[in-house]
Write a protein of this length. Sequence first.
Length: 307
Amino acid sequence: MLSQKIKNWIRLILVPEIGPIRGKRLIERFHSPDKILGAKEEELLKVEGINRNFARAILAQNKEEELRQQLELIEKYQVKLIPLDASDYPIWLKSIYDPPLVLFVRGEFKEDDEVAIAVVGTRRASCYGVNMTQRLSAQLVQTGFTIVSGGARGIDTASHTTALRLKGRTLCVLGCGADIAYPAENKRLFDEIIKNGALISEYPLGSMPQRQNFPSRNRIISGLCLGVVVIEAPLRSGALITASCALEQGREVFSLPGEANTFRAKGTHQLLREGAKLVENVDDIIEELAPLLKNRLKRNDQVVSYC
């Protein structure tokens, strides 16, 4: 049974429009969700970004039916909740400006997941893009990295499936509830990720995928990682949003050069012009991240390409 503290975290994130920044400011001021929920209106108004309407929304938070539904889904799907103040909250993610207040996790984090790389790109991947994703993801896994991506079609799916085939670790950050398979054809993939990594979401269970969710979830993908590799991305691409988040978070951005005459390479080539590290194989990533790795990887001469 979940503790009262965890239940209060759920109550807090059910407050309409709480968001990670408002939530973080409230936690910094009151230190725990129960103190936030029990605070007086005038005390809440002292927090930056909290107006009277929002303060009253906190005071009116008594959505016991929504709480009951969440508790039922948590039990049904064996979801673990990791609040921002938990000792097992991912260390790199906690350091970003706007970390999620609560992570809904199916599967588990491991200490080795601190050495993670995001591999992201277009849903409409070419054969070249899929092949290069498989090749680079294989090298990363065999070197000891955890692969992080977003579970979408195309490049994301290729990176997750390669990690699983090689018995590596992979984390998938969703733009919906952790109980929702989106896209539906990846349900079997998600079931395998739960066994060999984790499905992760900041959204309450039952939350359906909405367009505005995905740019927000991209900051979590980059926030979990030491760096982000972009493989095939048009100029209007979610992968470029992930790269932008990575730069804001102080993470490294890597870009794989693509075919010059295709729209899929426009975004990756733009990143290279703007100073992203050109990546052809895992050695390019290790060279850039060496100060952070601290001998936590396997010997590079053991790497064998998947393709």
